[in-house]
Write a protein that binds this ligand. Structure first.
Ligand SMILES: Nc1nc2c(ncn2[C@@H]2O[C@H](COP(=O)(O)OP(=O)(O)OP(=O)(O)O)[C@@H](O)[C@H]2O)c(=O)[nH]1
Ligand SMILES: Nc1nc2c(ncn2[C@@H]2O[C@H](COP(=O)(O)OP(=O)(O)OP(=O)(O)O)[C@@H](O)[C@H]2O)c(=O)[nH]1
Ligand SMILES: [Mg+2]
Ligand SMILES: [Mg+2]
Lengths: 291, 274
């Protein structure tokens, strides 16, 4: 493990005063290796190493900690600070409040839409699920089935002509029937697909969402920077949901997404069942990335 | 123009960076570029370096450029992989491809877990014009495969493609279920599944290596399909997988349409990567 490597590298530092540059360089090399193996973006790693080096250089080794532990703590704390930060609750202003779920193909948007509805219902809200993916085979049926599993009402998108029409109609019905939160599932798409990114902008204009959640796979590699940037520049992301966190992917892509969008990671998906949605804890992911 | 000492090192570092950012991984990227370092003493041209890098990667990938030979009847393909990578869509594309070759294709809806998975595959069956053997959601996938093997023999199907539920390789019980489905197929039809096709998403990072290792250990993977190469991800993860596991890369997915499937070509892949 990384902390064990730091302990070995820095075991002779104690008693010599502050950590020296040579000690730090070797330990930083290990950090760089660990972060790249954990799928943190190449450039993000560079910037992170620079920050950690500054924090570690000249720092007095505390009497109560071995230098290896000291260094581990610096790296862990810095990573936690970068991953976390601002309030990661859901912004639910609006009558009804609208949450849009967007992202690449297969990332887990449809499942997460149902999970969020379940989460909100258990908090006493009255959510309405809106399937706005008319492209993927049986996508509307998939969300309908999930909605019925958790006994949340679902807009009937069958027979509607296009996603904008669905969204307009769903907003109208929600106001009529008094649902207080709309959860809109959109089709997976590539950030480089101009036409589909335009469609997303159109949906945003119709829905005026208080949350646009970028649903991303926690096993995403270096490309996370590109996709997060692409979606953020097109429609502005308000939060990130990392799915399939129940696997063994180290999850370094999360750091790329957090730093690229500047937005908080709000939830993690921890399984296929609809109660498998948890609030994100930065220090937990930091530990996993550094493992 | 000549690339001298300092700038040559810079250039090699840039090449290494381009490999890492394509998900080749730090270990493989460093090893590949290091082997170039020793070979390239004295060569002085940046573009020449890139060419040598391409050749080095091509040498790795040409070993796994082995198209799938459908040489038995019925030829059974079991499609597996983690959640959301494109298994069901890839099956639709394969069904269309093999039907166009004049073969009779049959699909088996082996994902009995996920909502609307059966209906999604039935949709692809309609598009490709081939029958889908199915039971009910919540049922035993082994029972579906059993039915499919019997139906294939009875109807004289040329190709049978088994869809399975997405499953994380870390879920021991789901890996056991996959092994069971594999056993059912081989009991009903000796030699089946003739191809165990692992589907990997090109945007996946280093975790793809774990996926390949564990699925291979569980059922023996005989081919890989790399999907979503139409995005900006380069899919470099197949390089460490090729080096370590030597599993043939059969297909690449380049879109969501029924024709968006190509046979893997090592030279094309390398040209797009570096
Ligand atoms: N293990 C696990 N599987 C998940 C999680 N979230 C989603 N999945 C699975 O991932 C697969 C894809 O999920 P979907 O909800 O269909 O993904 P999507 O983003 O809507 O896909 P498209 O609409 O095609 O873009 C399904 O098999 C889900 O069950 C998670 O947190 N953990
Ligand atoms: N852009 C692009 N999208 C693809 C490709 N292959 C599949 N997809 C999309 O990826 C999403 C998931 O595809 P599925 O076929 O449902 O994936 P799966 O592996 O069967 O998913 P589960 O059964 O839930 O595990 C769908 O939106 C597909 O259209 C590809 O090559 N390129
Ligand atoms: Mg979906
Ligand atoms: Mg599927």
């Amino acid at each position: 493990s990384l902390s064990e490597k730091f302990r070995k590298i820095l075991k002779d530092v104690r008693g010599l005063g502050a950590i020296s540059e040579a000690n730090v360089q070797e330990a930083l090399k290990e950090v760089r290796l660990a972060l790249l193996e954990a799928d943190v973006n190449f450039t993000v790693v560079k910037d992170f190493i620079a920050i950690v080096k500054e924090k570690a250089m000249g720092k007095e080794v505390l009497e109560s900690l071995s230098p290896g532990q000291q260094f581990t703590k610096i790296v862990h704390d810095e990573l936690t600070a970068l991953l976390g930060g601002e309030n990661s609750g859901l912004e639910l202003s609006g009558k009804p409040a609208v949450i849009m779920l967007v992202g690449l193909q297969g990332s887990g948007k449809t499942t997460t839409t149902a999970k969020l509805a379940y989460h909100l219902k258990s908090k006493g809200r009255n959510p309405y699920i809106v399937p706005a993916d008319l492209f993927r085979l049986a996508a509307v049926l998939q969300l309908k089935k999930l909605a019925s599993e958790i006994k949340v009402d679902c807009f009937d998108s069958e027979g509607m002509n296009n996603p904008p029409e669905i969204c307009r109609e769903a907003v109208r019905i929600a106001a009529l029937k008094g649902y207080d939160i709309l959860l809109v599932d959109t089709a997976g798409r590539l950030h480089i697909d101009g036409t589909l990114m335009e469609e997303l902008k159109t949906l945003k204009e119709i829905l005026k969402p208080s949350e646009i959640l970028f649903v991303a796979d926690s096993m995403t590699g270096q490309d996370a920077v590109n996709t997060a940037r692409g979606f953020n520049e097109a429609i502005g992301v308000t939060g990130v949901v990392l799915t399939k966190f129940d696997g063994d992917a180290r999850g370094g892509a999360a750091l790329s997404m957090r730093l690229t969008t500047g937005r908080p990671i709000k939830f993690i998906g921890t399984g296929e069942k609809l109660d498998c949605l948890e609030v994100f804890h930065p220090s937990r992911l930091a530990g996993r990335i550094l493992d | 123009s000549a690339v001298t000492g300092a700038s040559r090192e810079e250039f090699l570092e840039k090449l290494e960076e381009s490999l890492i950012t394509s998900d080749v991984g730090i270990k493989a990227s460093t090893e590949i570029v290091d082997s170039l370092r020793t070979k390239l003493v004295g060569w002085g041209n940046g573009e020449k370096f890139r060419e040598y890098l391409r050749d080095a990667i091509y040498d790795i990938l040409k070993e796994v450029e082995k198209p799938l030979e459908v040489d038995k009847s019925p030829f059974v393909i079991m499609v597996l992989g983690v959640n959301g990578v494109g298994k069901t869509t890839t099956i639709g594309k394969l069904a269309s491809r093999y039907s166009a070759e004049g073969r009779s294709v049959m699909l088996a809806a082996g994902d009995t877990f996920r909502a609307a998975a059966i209906e999604q595959l039935e949709g692809w069956g309609k598009r490709a014009g081939c029958p889908v053997v199915r039971q009910e959601q919540g049922g035993d996938p082994g029972a579906v495969v059993f039915d499919a093997m019997k139906a294939a023999r009875a109807r004289g199907a040329d190709v049978v493609i088994l869809d399975t539920a997405g499953r994380l390789h870390t879920k021991v019980n789901l890996i056991e279920e996959l092994k069971k489905v594999n056993r059912v197929a081989s009991r009903e039809l000796p030699g089946a599944p003739h191809e165990k096709l692992l589907v990997l998403d090109a945007s996946t990072g280093q975790n793809a290596i774990n996926q390949a290792r564990i699925f291979n250990e569980a059922v023996g993977v005989t081919g890989i399909a790399l999907t979503k190469l139409d995005g900006t991800a380069r899919g470099g993860i197949i390089i460490p997988i090729a080096r370590e596991l030597k599993i043939p890369i059969r297909f690449v997915g380049v879109g969501e349409g029924i024709d968006d499937l190509r046979e893997f070509n090592a030279r094309d892949f390398v040209e797009a990567l570096v």
